[in-house]
Design a protein around this ligand. Structure first.
Ligand code: HEC
Ligand code: HEC
Length: 312
């Protein structure tokens, strides 16, 4: 056969040497690079089948000697992400809340975590946007008006211990007395006008001012600025927990309502509470800690007391 090999004249290509009824075949082998690539893919396939899951069986595939699976891969990625979160949580846990703002990255993580926890634990009372519901006395957390103080530390304390939550140690508590029967109807009308005058909604009332100084200033401050240490809201800022109509103010004077919020320590872990405090603080009205200089003794004008919603 070899002997029959010859160069084909028209193409200049060697023939393979076979000849059938005068028909010959030109010897045009596959290019080398192609052939080697082809062998390489075969080799790759064999190695792959040995190492990785490959041949389908009835209810699974051959496992491969590496034991790899896409499910295991996913689990690994997830646990890596989880470990990352754990690390952030651990750093938040180790950072006193007032120092969180010094680390913007931690603060951001805390706010994001707090926003998620807020959706689960707080929206039913404070609303999805944290704007509160005045008709129920659930305060707006977006304004810069705080009943119990708006620094990170204040808010964290409020969350830990709750408000008038008797089951909790050291819960925030202060009960406004009912003035029904203590003040006569004329005095109640006068002091109501005085309260409304503090935010410009009524003319000043001398008798009301006197009744206020005698009965109310101890908690709300001489000028009605409120006292966050006592949970006595500011009355001079046109932001109301229970409403700023004459009727609503009068009702609070005669038969005060006392807002209750559960304590969250024990229900939520400390890191979640810290993150919630960071989130609430970030809602717009968060206060910075008082400057190091000792503050003046609380007078009515000091306080950012208060709370809640917009003008009723
Ligand atoms: C059962 C209803 C309820 C739930 C749930 C609730 N709160 Fe409150 N929260 C209240 C009430 C009522 C007050 C106002 C208490 C008062 O009159 O002093 C309040 C007050 C607050 C205050 C104090 C505001 C200030 O001006 O000092 C903060 C902060 C707060 N809530 C945050 C939260 C966060 C965060 C959550 C979720 C973990 C939450 N609350 C869940 C009812 C609730
Ligand atoms: C012992 C302290 C104390 C005294 C005294 C007191 N209050 Fe209050 N007052 C409070 C507290 C605490 C609240 C907040 C109640 C709550 O959070 O549920 C409040 C709430 C109010 C509110 C509702 C504010 C709002 O934003 O809706 C009005 C109005 C008010 N007080 C007026 C008065 C007047 C007027 C007097 C005097 C006749 C008076 N208070 C005396 C502690 C006091």
């Amino acid at each position: 056969m070899m002997a029959n090999k010859r160069i084909d004249q028209p193409t200049g290509t060697e023939t393979v040497g076979h000849e059938w009824d005068g028909i010959e075949e030109l010897n045009t082998p596959l290019p080398r690079w192609w052939l080697w690539t082809f062998y390489a893919t075969i080799l790759f396939a064999v190695v792959y089948v040995v190492l990785y899951p490959a041949w389908p069986l009835i209810d699974r595939a051959t496992a491969g000697t590496l034991g790899w699976s896409s499910r295991g891969d996913l689990a690994r990625e997830l646990s890596k992400a989880e470990a990352g979160r754990e690390a952030v949580f651990a750093r938040i846990a180790a950072t006193p809340i007032e120092q969180l703002p010094a680390s913007p990255e931690l603060m951001q993580a805390a706010i994001a975590g707090g926003a998620a926890a807020f959706k689960v634990n707080c929206v039913q009372c404070h609303g999805a946007g944290a704007a509160g519901y005045q008709e129920f006395g659930y305060p707006n957390l977006n304004d810069d008006d705080w009943i119990w103080g708006g620094t990170l530390t204040d808010i964290e304390y409020t969350l830990q211990h709750g408000i008038r939550w008797e089951a909790a140690d050291a819960t925030r508590v202060n009960y406004m007395p009912a003035f029904d029967g203590v003040l006569d109807a004329g005095q109640v009308g006068a002091v109501t006008r005085h309260v409304l005058s503090l935010s410009g909604k009524a003319q000043p009332d001398a008798a009301g001012a006197e009744a206020f100084a005698n009965n109310c200033a101890a908690c709300h401050g001489p000028a009605g600025g409120g006292m966050p240490v006592m949970g006595a809201p500011a009355l001079n800022d046109a932001i109301w927990l229970y409403g700023g109509s004459e009727a609503a103010v009068k009702k609070q004077i005669l038969a005060p309502r006392h807002g209750v919020m559960p304590a969250w320590s024990g229900r939520l872990d400390p890191v979640t509470i810290k993150m919630l405090a960071a989130y609430v603080h970030s809602r717009g009205g968060g206060q910075d800690p008082a400057p190091a200089a000792p503050q003046a003794a609380p007078t009515g004008d000091v306080a950012q007391g208060t709370k809640a919603d917009t003008d009723g």
